[in-house]
Structures are given as C-alpha cells and as structure tokens.
Ligand binder design. Structure first.
Ligand SMILES: [Zn+2]
Length: 168
C-alpha cells in the first residue's frame, strides 16, 4: 500500500494534474504542491511502514513546507530521531513542519508556531465576519520561524479562518 495524497497516483508520479484531478486547482491546490507530493513520495516510497499514512495538504513558501496530516500520522512522518523528516527535507530542499489537519485554531497555531509560547487566541467580530488574534509574547519575536503572512495563508487554506498575529 502506498502513502495517500489528495491526488491520484498518476499525479503523484508525474508531479502534475491529470484530467481527473485538475478540478483541485480551483480549490487552492497548486502545481507546485503536486510537484512537492512527487518529491515526498519519491523520497520515502521505500519506507513500507508509511503505507497507511495520508497526507492531506502540503503548503510551502521559500523556506518551509508545512505537511498537514491526521494527528496520529504526525509521529510517523517525522520518524524515529527525525529520520523520515530529514529525508523529506533533503528531497524538497526546505525545512518541514508537520501539523494536524483536523484541529482547532489553538492547536493549529501551537503546532505551526512551535516553539513559540502562545499567550492565547482571541476572536473578534466585525459584523458577520470574525477574525482570530493569535497572541504571542514580544520576547518570542526573534524565535518565530514562520513568516506571519505565511501563517495567515495557512490558516486561510486549512482552517478557513482569518487570523492575525499580535505581539504583546
Ligand atoms: Zn490525478
């Protein structure tokens, strides 16, 4: 059994959308994301114990790729002593962060912003719209790895929410 991706095996092997999967490009999946699936698949296809792992999304910027999966699969994608994560990082030439796909905004923020200590997450309403404010101590400003704009993009794509990071 092969590791599962949101696109079919043909797409994962070719690194581009097939006719049956190309509708996903309208749902925010980019060609770059499919290319990343291909690289991930190639780097770990010989690791049979990862066969039941399901990758839900992989969103990247220049430095990081955030791999979203089921909570139970996180430790498998990282591997013992980070061996699997290192293989993936080598193949995509980026650092990876592995985060839960089905989560709440607090856990989502904690995992992605690790090792930052989140003070709290508040919600503010503007009429019909709501926005989450992720509160971080100013003293952690220098250890934040993820660019706040990229974090906003991740929250928008995965959690379908609007967020702001607030240093205080
Ligand atoms: Zn396909």
């Amino acid at each position: 059994m092969a590791m599962k991706f949101p696109v079919c095996n043909k797409c994962v092997k070719s690194g581009s959308f097939c006719d049956s999967c190309k509708h996903l490009s309208r749902k925010g999946y980019s060609k770059e994301e499919i290319e990343t699936y291909k690289k991930i698949h190639k780097s770990i296809k010989d690791m049979k114990h990862l066969g039941d792992v399901e990758i839900k999304r992989v969103l990247s910027n220049n430095n990081f790729a955030v791999i979203f999966c089921k909570k139970n699969d996180i430790s498998k994608i990282i591997g013992k002593n980070g061996i699997v994560a290192k293989k993936i990082e080598k193949s995509i030439s980026k650092k990876i962060i592995v985060a839960p796909y089905d989560s709440n905004i607090v856990d989502f923020s904690k995992e992605i912003l690790r090792p930052i200590n989140i003070i709290g997450v508040n919600v503010v309403y503007h009429g019909e719209k709501s926005k989450y404010i992720v509160r971080i101590p100013s003293s952690d400003k220098n250890i934040i790895k993820i660019d706040p704009d990229f974090f906003k993009h991740l929250a928008d794509e995965i959690m379908k929410v609007d967020v702001d990071i607030n240093f205080e």
